[in-house]
Design a protein around this ligand. Structure first.
Ligand code: ZN
Ligand code: ZN
Length: 369
């Protein structure tokens, strides 16, 4: 038997040790944390980190994300990516009126997606702070304002977190949502992140291992593998799990990839859960490839992922908000268009939004529902 039902087994090494003598632990569990599904770890030696930093000495990183460059990139996004629905802010009666229409998806920057399915509101990797960093005065600074204030979103029911990197798990943001009126949202997080969040004072937290599912009314939240790593400091590398989420609802099926390098995991995910109505796939933070390829896919691999998922409506995430790596602001846009054209995929099947852009999706009916 897997310890799949025993969420505490990794968080508590004593339980883990006890179990290993009688039960088979999932293959990605190790005494010192987790591995990718193929047994690998993204452990870059310091020498490679220094080599990357050294290679940046001639790059004008600020010029790559200069404000006029950002504006030009947004202005030049193709028409096919502009949804028909204006990005007005829902509030009060408007929220209620929208509740009976189709689903709604809105990109709030980086990996933060707001989803409204009927009257249920869900956020992925919410980040509303000024920096993706442990420190308030240094580290990647946001390149555009937060497009929608927390108070304007309505009460959030669920938050899913992909992993504990600072650009995906922002404690000040989570604290804001924990204090929302009507009570805190339920947070669904990777194994190990749950116990840490409880130590930080959060109460409504559920931690899942890969392929585990948590049901909440009509929704099923499934945590699925990604090829990445975790860590917030010097001594917690790979101690908590990382991954993506599949959200199942009778009228909507959504895949949120989180952070990932290319991996065959996506084929298994498609086998178990496709067809999807919507997929959120990372397209940014990918240069230089020699350093980034094992942890972040590039737009060409993102298109490959879109195809492996069966070609759902896809939305590119993990770009445009924080400068984490060496590509220019507009590169994910250009390379995604190039990759889609190369594969003869219509541009409106894999879109990028400007921050705050939203679209309405028609409800669909899924097998077995
Ligand atoms: Zn990450
Ligand atoms: Zn990231």
């Amino acid at each position: 038997m897997f310890c799949a039902q025993l969420i505490a087994c990794e968080a508590n090494p004593a339980i883990s040790g006890q179990l290993s003598s009688n039960h088979r632990l999932p293959g990605h569990h190790r005494d010192d944390g987790f591995t990718n599904s193929d047994g690998s770890r993204v452990n870059k030696p310091l020498s490679e980190l220094f080599r990357w930093w050294w290679s940046r000495k001639d790059l004008d990183l600020q010029a790559l994300v200069a404000p006029d460059r950002i504006k030009a990139a947004w202005d030049q996004m193709p028409k096919a990516w502009r949804s028909d629905v204006p990005a007005e802010k829902p509030s009060g009666n408007r929220v209620q009126a929208l509740a009976n229409q189709g689903h709604e998806v809105q990109w709030l920057g980086h990996a933060t997606i707001f989803l409204r399915i009927g009257e249920t509101r869900i956020l992925t990797d919410p980040h509303f702070s000024e920096r993706a960093s442990p420190l308030s005065w240094i580290g990647p600074k946001r390149l555009h304002p937060v497009p929608v204030a927390v108070a304007e979103l309505g009460r959030i029911d669920y938050i899913v977190i992909s992993h504990n990197h600072y650009d995906h798990l922002d404690l000040p943001t989570l604290r804001q949502f924990a204090m929302q009126s009507g009570g805190p949202p339920l947070m669904l997080v990777p194994l190990g992140v749950d116990s840490w969040l409880r130590e930080e004072g959060f109460e409504r937290v559920i931690g899942l291992d890969w392929w585990q599912q948590n049901k909440q009314g009509e929704f099923a939240f499934n945590f699925v593998p990604a090829h990445h790593w975790s860590g917030r400091g010097l001594f917690d590398r790979n101690k908590t799990l990382w991954g993506g989420w599949v959200l199942e609802h009778p009228k909507f099926r959504f895949y949120f990839a989180g952070d990932t390098g290319w991996s065959e995991d996506v084929i298994e995910i498609a086998k178990r859960f496709a067809p999807f109505d919507l997929a959120a796939i990372p397209v940014g933070a990918y240069e230089p490839r020699w350093f980034m390829a094992t942890q972040h896919i590039n737009p060409h691999e993102a298109v490959r992922m879109h195809q492996a998922l069966g070609g759902p409506l896809s939305l590119g995430i993990h770009w445009g908000t924080f400068q984490l790596t060496d590509e220019a602001y507009e590169d994910p846009i250009k390379e995604l268009i190039e990759a889609l054209k190369h594969q003869a995929i219509p541009l409106d099947r894999f879109r990028l939004f400007v921050p705050g852009q939203k679209m309405t999706l028609e409800p669909s009916i899924h097998r077995g529902d």
